[in-house]
Design a protein around this ligand. Sequence first.
Ligand code: ADP
Length: 611
Amino acid sequence: MIKTLKGKISVVYICLVLMIAIVGFTSAFNLHALSRSIDGLMVNNYKSINAANNMIEAIDGQNVAILNYLNNNDQKQINLFYKNSDEFYKWYNIEANNITELGERDYVSKINNDYARYVMSFSDVQDIRNKQGTDKATNFYDDKITNLYNNLKSDLKGLAAINEKAMFGGKDKVTKDSIAIMYIILGLSSVAVIGGYLISTFFINKFLKPIYILTESIKSVREGELHKEIDVDSSDEIGLLAHEFNNMTKRLQQFEYSSKGKLLTEKNKSIAIVKSISDPLIVLDTNYKFTLLNDACEDIFGIKETDVLHKHFLEGIRNGELYEYISSIYKEDNEKKSEKIMNIEVNEKDYYFNIISTAIKDRDLESYGIVVLFQNITKLKQLEKIKTDFMGTISHELKTPLTSIMMGVSLITDKKIGDLNEKQKNIVDAIREDGERLASLISELLQLSKIESDKAIFNMKQCSIIGVIENCVKRFNDQAISKEVNLYYEGSEWLPQVTIDPEKVSWALNNLVSNALKYINAGDEISIKVKAKNNEMYVSVEDTGVGIPNEYQKIIFDKFVQVKGGDLEMRSSGIGLAITKEIIEAHGGDIWCESKLDVGSKFTFTLPISN
Ligand code: ADP
């Protein structure tokens, strides 16, 4: 039994070749036989006809020779007679050796006998003429020779006729044979064609059937039917392929089960983690419909996951400002703005959330959802408020006695209550200096607590930021010159207007420039740059001073943070940047710092551009 597909195809191929060979050999053999019978037909009969005609010609010549001899007894005619006799025998011998037809032999032996008698009778004529004269000889010719001559001629014609008849009969036979051969070849060719077609169709279908099954199974597997097994029982190459394919689908099935299981476990794990997060968390799809929300979200926002699942965000949480913020983040995909503190009122309760929203992306970085975490910082805000209020109260309480202390000091230093000796003067000067610093700290603290507790009044108006910057440069110009520092403004002449409280923004900017001047060496420079981008004004103060260590850059805006160490550690309170940040954020802007030790610092803040 042939097992391989190659072997099977070879067998079919050999069968077809054999069929073609049989048709070819049969045709060749028959054509050869046909050509031989045509040969026989042409050569043998034609030879006999030719011989008969030549023999007739010879006896005709002899007859003429006899007649001429009778007329003038000429030796020449005798020679001519015998010459024709030689010619006759030459053709007779050819004919005697070429007897092919029935009755031909009788003619030949009769001709032989008659001709012998014909030749003999010429000798008799010569005797009679010599002995009895021409008349007697002529009578003998008329009585005997003429009959012999006529008999011979008619026999020779009969001989030729037999062969002619045979020749025409042969032609018919050849025609019949060739028709028969044609039918044989046609028959064999038809058998070969039909047989070849049937064999090829049968085997092609037989060979292709498993391939069709294989193709169908591959399609099913592609559509996810991994349990599908290919039912091919042949042990040829296709059988092997099917076997390997079945092995592959089995492995895929195992893999699917294991990976599905893993995925399910991972999914449950993630859901459990999400659910256990104490802060509200929601997951939205690209159409802002809920796909997941945790228990904390249900508690705080008073919604049930089962009620809002696959419903729009606004159907669950009716807060337009929040929705606007989330959707803007999702559209812009702006990482810097993915975190925002918002004050939200839910069910008549005031909450502060630090909202962190992140777009969920697939492997091709296509977004397919958004995760929003509401970090509940309400308690923190409340504590901060208590602290701020406390700070405000303390500062206020300190301010009154400090004012009277400072008044007393100034009475003493003005010598209104008597002269002071040198030592007393020094002590009072030191008290005044520290008192002034304390007074400025208290004033800063009071300002900060006012801004933080929203008690500060902001006089917002549309103006150009360039005016604020120019005032700032003017204010610090002398200080910069005395410190040998190049302070300058760089930016376009025309910029869109901003809606700000110019006094507060000046304060913020002054803080940054004053800091830059504090932490800078002679020969360094401070540049103030402004640019408008994406509906925001970017203002930066860049210096080539001492720089801020990395670990401080994030906390530098917190209250009372001062960089430890360094030669240039100043008498600072650590309040300036906190006030600056509060002012900028109160305007809806943002502030950040980029710095490198011994290279310099760059503080940038943004302000919204007026519409
Ligand atoms: P203060 O009001 O006392 O200056 P700030 O809040 O303004 O306090 O600054 C806090 C700390 O940040 C400072 O003590 C200083 O170490 C650091 N700092 C601020 N600005 C710069 C700057 N441009 N270069 C280097 N350090 C700076």
